[in-house]
Design a protein around this ligand. Structure first.
Ligand SMILES: Cc1cc2nc3c(=O)[nH]c(=O)nc-3n(C[C@H](O)[C@H](O)[C@H](O)COP(=O)(O)O)c2cc1C
Length: 347
């Protein structure tokens, strides 16, 4: 089973990811991981923190001469801004963050004990893990892409940038929508037989686990909900050249919890960044007086960075279900299983 764990705080020494279950024999080029780490740091509207960090992965285990050996892969991304023990206490919790709920949950007197781990900086480790999963999927010609569809109501690149400039000027923040697409997936990944193995459910859970993602849509689900079935369901056709095919993909490549061979399309809806430079109303946990919320260094908008994290968690989910179906201890064994199945698909 493919699984991973991350560790690390926003201003701790490093972010760590451990990926277990990757077959032996996969060549890993660190450049592929670093490219995605860099993409996560970019995007119009990112804050000053991303100018301090220059993320790159250091692989500590699981490889020999750059090739996986079937053991857990540990990767580390060092924080340049390592100062966790010297940061001031936060007693004015920020609305929209884990601060207040975390203080109540753990009995802390300092929201920093919560926010350091709750921070989306953790997604750097997930992007590293996802990049390794992408390398596996690329062996089978599966590609994962993302794009920003909307920011603060704007849908073109120039108007999105304008919206971000306006928000920055007025010390406000924005959210938006990104789309993740998986190309080259064979039919048959996931399951219609078990609630927790439905591919759409697994993808939704993974995307919702990215901080600030509050809704996930598979295919054209939102629009489809207001249409009759005759305008929604992707009719099935057959030709000798193409085999079974569809002319539409409203289902987003998943039917009954199983990939159907079309591109998998998921959209994630991100709420506006919670830290506002003017500070929202909150309560000081010591004095109980009404005060303004803490203003950590912060992004104005991070939808494109969230999209890179979206690619990463999608890559993990697809790699996991892929290995569930075709799994073996080595890449050559997985390839053999995959080839046999793909040959049997021809109608
Ligand atoms: C890539 C990325 C960057 C983020 N950057 C910030 C930020 O700079 N400031 C902030 O307040 N929230 C940021 N967020 C969102 C918060 O991490 C998130 O809203 C918060 O942890 C509370 O979690 P929730 O929104 O899922 O409830 C970011 C999210 C992502 C995915």
């Amino acid at each position: 089973m493919l699984r991973f764990l991350t560790a690390g705080e926003s201003h701790g020494k490093a972010l760590i990811g451990i990926l277990e279950g990757m077959p032996a024999g996969l060549k890993i080029d660190i450049k592929d991981i670093d490219k995605d780490l860099k993409r996560r740091q970019e995007g119009y509207g990112r804050g000053a923190r991303m100018q301090i960090e220059n993320d790159s992965a250091n692989i500590l285990s699981g490889l020999m001469r750059g090739v996986t050996i079937g053991s857990p892969i540990a990767l580390m991304i060092e924080n340049k801004d390592f100062c966790i023990d010297n940061l001031p206490a936060v007693t004015n919790p920020r609305p929209g963050h884990a601060d207040m709920a975390g203080i109540l949950k753990y009995g802390f007197k300092d929201a920093r004990c919560v926010l350091e781990r709750a921070s989306a900086r953790e997604t750097a480790a997930r992007v590293g893990i996802g990049a390794i999963c992408k390398i596996l999927l690329a062996e089978f010609d599966i590609k994962i892409l993302s794009r920003v569809l909307m920011i603060g109501g704007a849908k073109t690149e120039s108007s999105m940038k304008e919206k971000i400039d306006e928000a920055k000027k007025s010390k406000d923040t924005l959210g938006g929508v990104f789309e993740v697409m998986v190309k080259g997936v064979v039919p048959g990944l996931g399951s219609c037989a078990h609630w927790d193995r439905r591919l759409d459910a697994s993808l939704a859970q993974a995307l919702m686990s990215i901080p600030a993602i509050k809704a996930v849509e598979i295919g054209n689900a939102i629009e489809s909900a207001g249409k009759p079935g005759s305008k929604v369901h992707d009719e099935i056709f057959y030709s000798k050249e193409k085999g079974v095919y569809r002319n539409t993909n409203n289902a987003g490549g998943i039917e009954g919890g199983i990939s159907n061979g079309e591109d998998i399309v998921a959209r994630a809806f991100m709420k506006p960044i919670s830290t506002l430079m003017d500070g929202l109303n909150t309560v000081d946990i010591n004095t109980k007086k009404q005060v303004k919320a803490s203003t950590e260094r912060s992004d104005v908008c991070a939808v494109s960075a969230a999209g890179v994290a979206g690619e990463a968690v999608t890559a993990f989910v697809i790699a996991k279900v892929f290995l569930e179906k075709f799994g073996g201890d080595s890449i050559s064994e997985v390839k053999r299983n995959y080839k046999g199945y793909a040959a049997g698909l021809k109608m």
